[in-house]
Every structure is written in structure tokens, then in C-alpha cells.
Design a protein. Structure first.
Length: 222
């Protein structure tokens, strides 16, 4: 049964990737030339193009932002990206790969230490990592799925952490069309924001790691 689930998930993913690779230009063209009445279908397309990024998702976000405007465009690509991360998490967690992945993470001392720290601080870690666009979303999805992070906690943290980046993608797409000069200011502001967030996260994670080490060295009362 486990092998069958893995086979079904793998084949479905491969077929979907193939279709997206063939028709992704048509999907983007359709988004550019349709009105806002098709927002649900656009969200579905955004979900699949985020789930299997045959082209970088910021490009998809930029196209949607240009077509739908900064506010509605940001909401659409945020919904698509959030749905995609939840679906991917479910495919890994319940598709037969969870136990196999967990054994690998806990097998080696280095990965075991990182995984324990990640699981104990999952909400903060996922939220902050989602805010950094250069970190591939698929890696965060997979790592969280094969760890022991609860589904609900992952979903909320993932959705929350995606807000800044998805808003940025939509704003870039809209700004390129309306006022390209503002793009530089947006990138500077977002870079400062990321620097502050990441610095705070590094300080916080270091303190959390020190607390875990102290607890593990404490003698048992039993």
C-alpha cells in the first residue's frame, strides 16, 4: 500500500509538471488577457504553477500583479502559493514519504540537531524562512513535511510568512507597468526589512539552541 501511494504521487507530479511545462506560456498569456471575473481560475493556475515551478514563481506573481493590481494581485498569488505549500506538505506527509524522510533526518547527528531545533521552534522558523524569497519554497515544504511539525501549525506559519514576499511580487509586476522608478525604492525597503527580520531570527534561534543544550545537559531527577 505504501509503495502504491508513492507511485501514485510520483506519477501525478510528473504528469502535472509535463503539462505545466508545455502550457505555462499559454496560462500566463491567458492571465494577462482576461478580466477579474476569472479570479478563481487564476488562483487555481497560480496554485499549480507554485506547486511545480517550471518557471520562477516571482514571474507568475509579477504577471498577476500587473493584470490584477497590487492588492488583488497579491491576494491571488498569496492564495495560490499558500494552497500549493499545503498540498505539497500533504503529498509528502501522507503520500508515503514521511517515515522514510524522518529516519534520514534523525540518522545523522548534524541533521538530528537541526531538526530538533526546527521542530521545537517550528512556527517562528517557518514564518521567517518564508519571508526570504531566495530560499526555495519547495525545500521548506519538504523539510517541514518529513519532520514532525504539526499540519495546522505549518499551514498557519507558512501562510503568514508568505505575505511579505507575495505582496512584493505583485507590487513589482504592477510597478513595472505603472512606474518603474519606484521599483528601486521597494527593493531597498524590502532588503532592509529582511535584514532586520533575519538578524532578529538568528539571535532568537541562537538563544533557543543554547536553552536546548542546557536542558539536555541537566541531570535527570528520576
Amino acid at each position: 500500500m505504501m509503495m502504491i501511494r508513492k507511485l501514485i504521487v510520483t506519477l501525478t507530479a510528473l504528469v502535472t509538471i509535463l503539462l505545466l511545462f508545455i502550457f505555462h506560456e499559454s496560462f500566463l498569456h491567458w492571465i494577462q488577457n482576461n478580466d477579474r471575473e476569472h479570479i478563481v481560475l487564476t488562483t487555481v493556475i497560480a496554485t499549480f504553477m507554485s506547486l511545480f515551478p517550471v518557471i520562477p514563481y516571482p514571474i507568475v506573481g509579477g504577471v498577476i500583479g500587473a493584470a490584477y493590481g497590487p492588492m488583488l494581485g497579491a491576494f491571488v498569488i498569496w492564495m495560490g502559493s499558500t494552497f500549493a505549500s499545503i498540498i505539497f506538505f500533504g503529498l509528502i506527509r501522507y503520500g508515503g514519504f514521511h517515515e522514510w524522510g524522518t529516519k534520514i533526518l534523525l540518522k545523522y547527528k548534524a541533521t538530528k540537531k537541526v531538526t530538533i531545533l526546527f521542530e521545537r521552534n517550528a512556527f517562528m522558523s517557518i514564518t521567517v524562512l518564508r519571508m526570504i524569497p531566495v530560499i526555495p519554497s519547495i525545500l521548506i515544504n519538504a523539510y517541514a513535511a518529513i519532520s514532525r511539525v504539526p499540519f495546522v501549525r505549518y499551514s498557519i506559519a507558512s501562510g503568514l510568512g508568505k505575505v511579505p514576499a507575495m505582496t512584493l511580487f505583485a507590487l513589482i509586476g504592477h510597478t513595472i507597468v505603472t512606474d518603474p522608478i519606484e521599483l528601486l525604492y521597494m527593493l531597498i525597503i524590502y532588503s532592509i526589512f529582511l535584514t532586520i527580520v533575519y538578524t532578529g531570527y538568528r539571535f532568537w534561534s541562537k538563544k533557543a539552541e543554547e536553552e536546548i543544550l542546557v536542558k539536555t545537559k541537566q541531570p535527570s531527577n528520576l
